[in-house]
Design a binder for this molecule. Structure first.
Ligand SMILES: *Cc1c(COP(=O)(O)O)cnc(C)c1O
Length: 396
């Protein structure tokens, strides 16, 4: 098992590039530019300097002692929530903006769900002085208003998309449509999804997460690998970054948490790996939530960042081959896990990350196991959701 797809962009049965002819040249140019940049020392140095001086990397690997005591094991939190702009998304947005600059492209488009990728992209565009348009479902515009305001302040134009159920899938459709009619724009995709080479490229830009874990774990424990890695999966970029340098080390269990919504049997879910079947969406083959006629089923999750009917091809492959173990975490389980982390460690996580935290209740780790869990983002954007939920459930 490898962190690299084959030359056509397939991870096992999943991936590839299913794109309209009009985008062919565009995607070929991107592939060439990415492969050249990846090997180029000056590109890597420029990227590393931005991650250090602008994002604030390395993000800490924090030993959560009260959480560890509560679960009778050793839990380390990889703190992507402490990055500039509040999540792991900035790692990828900066990598792609440097690539766009190298390719001489000045107009940037992006799609966003929770708004974290939109904010990261708008930030990168402000930093580089580039024009930015962000497509976002109207439902998400309403439930993630703070991020919308941030994007506007950063100078981006936010396009509220009114098709479908007005969430991430619809925003992505609209971004692809715009890209087809404006092939001179650079499309910064926010997760390990889309046509080859995007999943491979986003994984590369997020791989800094596991590169740091390796070094930090060695420094803190004398061992460079954990017994288990846990991360939430929407499209799969923070999980792919967390797993990247450990995928071929079978001593390391890879555990993913997807959004179960109200439960995988309720029809109100975004648990793609549990309920999906092979299909093509947004330019790649993956496990997809669809009906018997191949119509995409509307996904549901309380978390806007996990509300996607597909999943990155690498995760479909890891799941199908048994390399990863995947839990579908319900809205309730995630919110309770968010409150637990807040009360035990003083860290308010994003609802997306709280799905990963809820895995701790499902697993039975040994006393001396080393568990690394990625906190993909901070909970500031989710405060309204937390308050609504907890004031109806308990004394809060
Ligand atoms: C976008 C987002 C996710 C989900 O995206 P992945 O590509 O699966 O990582 C998870 N957590 C946070 C905080 C996000 O903003």
């Amino acid at each position: 098992m490898s962190n690299q797809p084959d030359e056509k962009g397939f991870y096992g049965a999943f991936g590839g590039a299913y794109i309209p002819e009009i985008l062919h040249e565009n995607v070929e140019n991107l592939k060439k530019a990415f492969y050249a940049a990846r090997k180029d020392q000056s590109f890597n140095e420029e990227y590393a300097a931005l991650l250090k001086q602008y994002v604030g990397r390395p993000s800490p690997l924090y030993y959560a002692s009260r959480l560890s005591a509560a679960y009778g094991t050793h839990i380390y939190l990889k703190r992507e929530d402490l990055n500039h702009t509040g999540s792991h998304k900035i790692n990828n947005a900066l990598g792609q903006i440097l690539l766009a600059q190298r390719m001489g492209m000045t107009r940037i488009i992006a799609e966003t769900g929770a708004g974290q990728h939109g904010v990261a992209t708008a930030t990168a565009c402000a930093l580089m002085g580039l024009e930015c348009v962000v497509f976002m479902g109207k439902t998400d515009v309403e439930r993630q208003y703070l991020n919308v305001q941030k994007m506007r302040m950063l100078g981006a134009r936010v396009e509220a998309v009114t098709s479908g159920n007005r969430t991430l899938k619809d925003a992505t459709n609209e971004a692809i449509r715009y890209w087809c009619s404006n092939p001179d724009t650079f499309y910064i995709i926010g997760s390990t999804v889309g046509p080859h080479p995007y999943p491979e490229m986003v994984a590369f830009f997020q791989s800094v997460i596991s590169a740091e874990i390796k070094q930090q774990l060695e420094e803190q424990t004398g061992r460079s690998y954990p017994d288990a890695l846990i991360a939430c999966v929407g499209g799969g970029s923070n999980a792919m970054g967390t797993f990247y340098h450990y995928i071929d080390n079978t001593k390391v269990q890879l555990i993913a948490a997807e959004a179960g919504g109200k439960g995988i049997d309720t029809g109100e879910t975004a648990a793609t790996l549990h309920v999906g079947t092979p299909g093509i969406i947004h330019g790649f083959k993956t496990l997809l939530m669809q009906d018997a006629d191949g119509q995409i089923t509307e996904p549901y999750s309380i978390s806007a960042g996990l509300d996607y009917p597909g999943v990155g091809p690498a995760h479909a492959h890891f799941y199908q081959t048994g390399r990863s173990r995947v839990y579908a975490i319900t809205d309730d389980e995630a919110l309770e896990a968010a409150l637990e982390l807040t009360r035990l460690e003083g860290i308010i996580p994003a609802i997306e990350s709280a799905h990963a935290l809820a895995v701790l209740k499902k697993e039975d780790f040994a006393q001396d196991d080393l568990v690394v869990l990625t906190v993909s983002g901070r909970g500031d954007k989710d405060m309204d959701t937390f308050i609504d939920y907890f004031t109806t459930k308990q004394d809060f």
